[in-house]
Design a binder for this molecule. Structure first.
Ligand SMILES: Cc1cc2nc3c(=O)[nH]c(=O)nc-3n(C[C@H](O)[C@H](O)[C@H](O)COP(=O)(O)OP(=O)(O)OC[C@H]3O[C@@H](n4cnc5c(N)ncnc54)[C@H](O)[C@@H]3O)c2cc1C
Ligand code: FES
Ligand code: FES
Length: 500
């Protein structure tokens, strides 16, 4: 039995299809048509709603794209739709601000924007984020073709300027909502939608139904239904398994549970440097980052995914688990062909283990200064992770190329380089020939030219709608040059910088 809070009413749904999306449910049987359908693929935000859930007894809220969220995943949570924001005859401050600032013209995008504004009022900015960036992050997943955005940003500023949103009816009713959500018992199955409570139950189900897809955030799997019109009569949902949602570290490694979302990673991996955080902020948009998981990003084996190149460059290991036990393999060996992996159909991605630093090169014993970045003083000796995502848009766009470099340099000589590239081959992949060429070499223009040549040995990219093969190869060379400039001492910048 599926049981959740729809606005302020508990609903029980014994018989909904396992693959029904929240948007289909709202606009179909519920007739709540304020939530709009635009793209049905998570790209436009017209279908944005807000989900409330309990974490350590406290209510938390996040915005989601209802078109790529399966209804069964809402068990035990609250779904807030645009129809419920108003308090009696009084508009919610997020609605009021849109009216006052003329944030709506044709109105199609407006309910989605209002829900994103509502989510904005419920979540503080991330550390060291100014208001402009905070607003842009919350609105980056919503498209408007009429207003030019300025009035909507004015509305966001107005909402943040007033204290009212935090004293709205949701705040007044918070304790009652907490009580009602606490009373919902976990349910392990409903009409083919399975919700295992722990990893053992999950492995048993995986062995019993090897063809049933695993649902983590659903940002990828849902597209099978909404874009490819596939139907699934069984789905195994893993979001609710607390044992799969963690991000811990010891002195040598980070351990990442597969259900860790991209939003969780942004908080957990801040200290790995601004580059990685910037990349994570460019992963889809807020609604996608709130749902998308690390395990889903690795398991779907997208050649243009943004996490695998980074983790490969850092020498990550993936742990797989089945009813028969666990096995580990280097992440770079996990991907075997276009969207093909070594995952057996009774296995799950159980953990990603990421070393905290590259082993120091054997050829020299050099101290390291971790985490130096562009913008901070350039150290003579450093060990640094640099990540570059090139896409047509800054926000909410898939990579043309994602390149990650884990570099150790002493003076103007590269000690060690480990790479990870997405968008250059059918799988995310290291550039072995490049790494071999540059290790132990002094950085100069001749080296960069040779790097361009060996990248063509490493990769034979395809031409597609995003970029031609030649463009991708040139881009990869340019990104290597950029790495040298951004991390190099003055001597390197003056030697190789004039070509940029
Ligand atoms: C609008 C939009 C924007 C996007 N932008 C980006 C982007 O900028 N960068 C990027 O890299 N990706 C992007 N994506 C792709 C997607 O969000 C990511 O790949 C995401 O990490 C998938 O995670 P998920 O939890 O949603 O996976 P799901 O959709 O739940 O699952 C994806 C696949 O992995 C399997 N799976 C999930 N978890 C496990 C597990 N633990 N063990 C075994 N199998 C598992 C599922 O069965 C399914 O086949 C975007 C997607 C959308 C819709
Ligand atoms: S309809 Fe476009 S994001 Fe859902
Ligand atoms: S007001 Fe028309 S799309 Fe935004």
């Amino acid at each position: 039995m599926l049981r959740f809070l729809l606005n302020d009413s508990i609903v029980n749904e014994p018989g909904v299809d396992a693959d029904l999306t929240v948007l289909e449910y709202l606009r179909g049987p519920r007739n709540l048509c304020g939530t709009k359908e635009g793209c049905a693929s998570g790209d436009c935000g017209a279908c944005t709603a807000v989900v409330g859930w309990l974490e350590s007894g406290q209510l938390r809220y996040k915005s989601i794209n209802t078109c790529i969220t399966l209804l069964g995943s809402l068990h035990g949570q609250q779904l807030i739709t645009v129809e419920h924001l108003q308090d009696g005859e009084t508009l919610h401050p997020a609605q009021e601000a849109m009216v006052n600032c003329h944030g709506s013209q044709c109105g199609f995008c407006t309910p989605g924007f209002v829900m994103s504004l509502f989510a904005l009022t419920r979540n503080p900015p991330e550390p060291a984020t100014d208001r402009k960036a905070h607003i842009e992050r919350y609105l980056g997943g919503n498209l408007c073709r009429c207003t030019g955005y300025r009035p909507i940003i004015d509305a966001a500023n107005q909402v943040l300027d007033t204290a009212a949103p935090t004293r709205d009816k949701f705040e007044r009713n918070a304790q009652e909502t907490i009580n009602r959500l606490s009373e919902i018992e976990p349910a392990s199955e409903g009409n083919g939608f399975y919700r295992p409570r722990n990893v053992d139950e999950l492995c048993t189900l995986r062995a019993r139904y090897p063809d049933a897809p695993i649902l983590a955030g659903g940002t990828d799997l849902s597209l099978e239904m909404t874009q490819r019109l596939k139907r699934f009569d069984k789905v195994i949902c893993i979001q609710q398994i607390a044992d799969l949602t963690y991000l811990t570290s010891d002195k040598d490694h980070h351990y990442i549970g597969p259900c860790c979302t991209i939003a969780d990673l942004v908080h957990g991996l801040q200290y790995l440097g601004r580059d990685l955080v910037n990349l994570l902020h460019r992963f889809g948009a807020t609604q996608v980052r709130n749902q998308a998981t690390v395990g889903g990003s690795i398991a779907n084996a997208s050649p243009i995914g943004d996490l695998a190149p980074v983790f490969i460059s850092m020498g990550a290991t993936v742990v797989l688990q089945s009813i028969d036990g666990k096995r580990s393999l280097p992440l770079e060996d996990f991907f075997v062909g276009y969207r093909q992996t070594q995952l057996l159909n009774n296995e799950i991605v159980r953990e990603i283990i990421v070393p905290r630093s590259l082993p120091v090169a054997k050829s020299r014993s050099s101290p390291t200064s971790e985490g130096s970045e562009a913008g901070s003083p350039i150290a003579d000796t450093l060990s640094v992770l640099k990540v570059y995502k090139v896409s047509k848009r800054i926000d909410d766009d898939i990579s043309t190329i994602c390149a990650s470099f884990y570099l150790q340099r002493q003076g103007d000589r590269i000690e060690t380089l480990r790479t990870g590239f997405g968008g250059m081959a059918a799988v995310p992949k290291r550039a072995h020939a490049l790494e071999k060429l540059v290790c132990g070499k002094v950085i100069d223009n001749a080296l960069i030219a040779k790097a361009g040549a060996v990248l063509a040995e490493d990769f034979q990219p395809i031409s597609d709608a995003r970029a031609s093969a030649a463009y991708r190869l040139q881009l990869a060379e340019n990104l290597f040059r950029r790495l040298c400039i951004e991390t190099g001492p003055e001597s390197i910048v003056s030697r190789v910088g004039e070509h940029v």
